[in-house]
Design a protein around this ligand. Sequence first.
Ligand SMILES: Cc1ncc(COP(=O)(O)O)c(C=O)c1O
Length: 397
Amino acid sequence: MADITVPLLDLKAQYGPMRDEIRAVMDEVCDAQWFVMGPKVQAFEQEVAAYTGAKHAIGCASGTDAILLALMAYDIGPGDEVICPSYTFFATGGCVHRLGAKPVYVDIDPVTYNMDVNLVREAAAKCKNLKAIMPVHLFGQCVDMTAYRTLADKLGVPLIEDAAQAIGSRDETGAMAGTRGDVGCFSFFPSKNLGGFGDGGIITTNDDGLAAKLSILRLHGGKPKYYHSIVGINSRLDALQAAILSIKLRHLEAWHQGRAKNAADYSDSFAQAGAATTGAPDAGSLPIITPAAAGSGARHIYNQYVIRVPADIRDGLREHMKDAGIGTEIYYPVPLHLQECFAYLGYSEGDLPVSEAAAKESIALPIYPELTAEQKAHVVETVVSYVRQHAPAAVGS
Ligand SMILES: Cc1ncc(COP(=O)(O)O)c(C=O)c1O
């Protein structure tokens, strides 16, 4: 298998079969010369609302802006506290900071990597000015939305879903991400299951008033144009992105299925090789922990397939995989509470031990839908042989 290569993501494999369809719609936009907002954006917003089941979908320039706008819509600012995970992409906490508010970082559940709702409850009790709770559906797996909804209602604060990685994910009731929180924030960064040809984002909500406010906030807060009762930002979705995303949305369910099949194949192969499936490895199992499958009713869309190996071999494994032609990534090497820019918050190492361990042990494998059986076998074989050789102590211990 020496000459098989497996990039972390192969967008060319996705583009090839839909090239003509996409070029045609790009031509349409070029001929119309309507590049910002407009009918293509409106059509895509309606399609996302229909796909997710949310009442409203409001396009914007990125997933980061979706979060920023959602926080702005709730007037979150200096002195306010927002609970969010530390083990996430930077934007989750960065947006809270940018508005002058304080991110309150909470640890994750070791099996799902999602923010632990019981720890959120404890953290909320210590907050003096809590204004929102923002869980992240990490890697494409929903948090327990029933527990989060109940807690947010009890605390009387909005529940903002960072659903950047989770378009099409379903929670334990079967509801789509972005429909049971007060607002859902999605990203169309190219590596997402639904990725554009550049940046893009969308915000979902069932609240008419909030939708109206969000659609003004993304246009500098002007309504009518040039008349401003509130201050917003420039965060518009481009017509080209919307047109391309509309085409891609038609293929999204098939891509989700492809990713789920790849995840199941990986997990089966690792289990056959003696790996632990979820949680801590049992004595005798190979120390490779595969992702927890979604519970009944739920759907994991596997934006990422992240395994865990002992911290002392993780970086070596990554190098070894690179040498074997396999792309990997570390999501995320430094949890937000330990980032230099957040030192002012006063966290130190050991404060969020589960996030810190995940940052040292996790490694994301290629999971894109077009992976071939040969590529998957090469990935599994490369991981297993390295772990067997370098972490033998755990084998049969
Ligand atoms: C969890 C999470 N939140 C927010 C974002 C921000 O989205 P974008 O890159 O579109 O700004 C991302 C995207 O990478 C993400 O993964």
